[in-house]
Design a protein around this ligand. Sequence first.
Ligand code: ZN
Length: 260
Amino acid sequence: MIEQISSQAEIENLYKEGSNAPYTPVKNGYGYYGVLLSHKETGRIHCHLCGQWFKSLGAHVSQAHKIRAKQYRKKFGFSLTQPICSEETSRKSSLLAFAKVKAGKIGAKFGKKNLKKYAAVGHKSTLAYWNKNSICPEQVKQRVINLSDKIEHFPSLTELKTHDVALFNIILRRYKTWNKFKKEIGIPIYNGNVPQTKKIDKGKIIYALREFGKNKKRVPLFNDYKKESRINKYPAVDTVIRHFGSWNRALHAAGLNVKG
Ligand SMILES: [Zn+2]
């Protein structure tokens, strides 16, 4: 999405709350939740709704998209005090507000008490906060996958707790159960025993992975293999993970080497 607009090199994440990619891409929109992208040359800000660049999103979204700045912040994972304009505009408006407060023209609205109230509104549940702490949905998923690679199988809840208690707490708080989380990220769930996966054995999976590699002349990535497996009737990604514990392990087994 972003790549289509401009090269990454010209874009930066403004008000750097988020600095730990991957971020969660916006559904039916542009950019990422809790990440305010700024164009390095123009300083303009990326609108999550239309993908265009503006000095200030507040005015733009109310005019073009008919939503208030407050709704916009909420929808895209920012705290209510997060500026959604260029740094220059932000500086100017806070100087202006400061001057007005000094001149006694405005008071209560920008008073300390009010600011505190605004800052308290769900700050910890904004995506910007999550990104900063590597706990946005994509990051949580990636952390579990990293752990799978480390221990060479998809972790049980107990294993998760042992290896990363912070992640364990986040997942249970957010998803309530380990199974709900697994369902969310597409890991198969079984009650009791893992079913006998009759006809598909490791050999078939390895064969499919190699075929993919041969045809596409590259190491299969999880997502494009997933697509391809439906077309070519390769063993499903779920099956691959179930047999090998993680995607990278399956690749290793197929001799398609990946780093590490
Ligand atoms: Zn827009």
